[in-house]
Write a protein that binds this ligand. Sequence first.
Ligand code: HEC
Length: 243
Amino acid sequence: MTKRLLALLFALLPLAASAAGDVKLQASNVNIGDRASLQRGAALYMNYCAGCHSLEFQRFSRMAEDLGLTEEQVMTWLNFTERKFGETMTIAMDKGDGEAWFGKAPPDLSLVARAKLGGPDWVYTFLKSFYVDETRPAGWNNTVLANASMPNVLWELQGIQRAVYGQNKDGSSHVERFELTTAGRMTPQQFDQAARDISAFLAYVAEPAALKRQSLGVWVLLFLSLFTFLAWLLKTEYWRDVH
Ligand code: HEC
């Protein structure tokens, strides 16, 4: 727990310097209480993200417990590494290799849904904001993270977006909107849901205790209402004889 908090603190430090910029984030409407969404998000994450990004604070076993999955389901469908069920989701990629291959090592994503301004909305908008840019080494750019060294790993699902530029007053240009020039395997609505599911999964990973806290909250409220009722009964009992 302390390790998680410390890491969050360090993750937050550079925030001041890299505030979300002038890009408007879209509402992800993630719901970490929606177990099916978390399960889909986990599957998408393991298939499309875990090759590059570790989740150093998350154990496979804890994910199984929280998402209502069996050990067999996790080890067959969600763990493509040599890691054991009780181990954390580290990856085989070496930081140095990552830097050499992408120009920047893919960061651990354990806390990203809390560390970024906008949280899951940042992740959601980021995943939807890749566009073709031939001037970039990987051929992709992103409006949320300008000149991101991450390629658009979801392009087969989303399709290919090109940027439509608008003119600024000073003559420079900005990305006004995107145009889907090649359709993907998913419709735009399906892709929104996929991005939402991944963002929900990362929101869960950033604070697994939130699931427990929310279900506990219901009991706390029930207890408080019951207690208020009892106190009221007691009060009427005490004051019955006082006129
Ligand atoms: C091929 C390797 C690769 C894959 C696969 C990949 N990423 Fe990345 N990702 C990167 C790199 C490299 C960066 C660093 C980008 C930068 O800062 O320029 C990055 C950055 C990010 C960031 C920003 C992190 C930060 O702290 O700024 C997020 C969020 C992210 N990736 C999410 C994802 C998700 C979700 C997936 C799966 C859908 C995914 N990535 C798949 C390579 C990858």
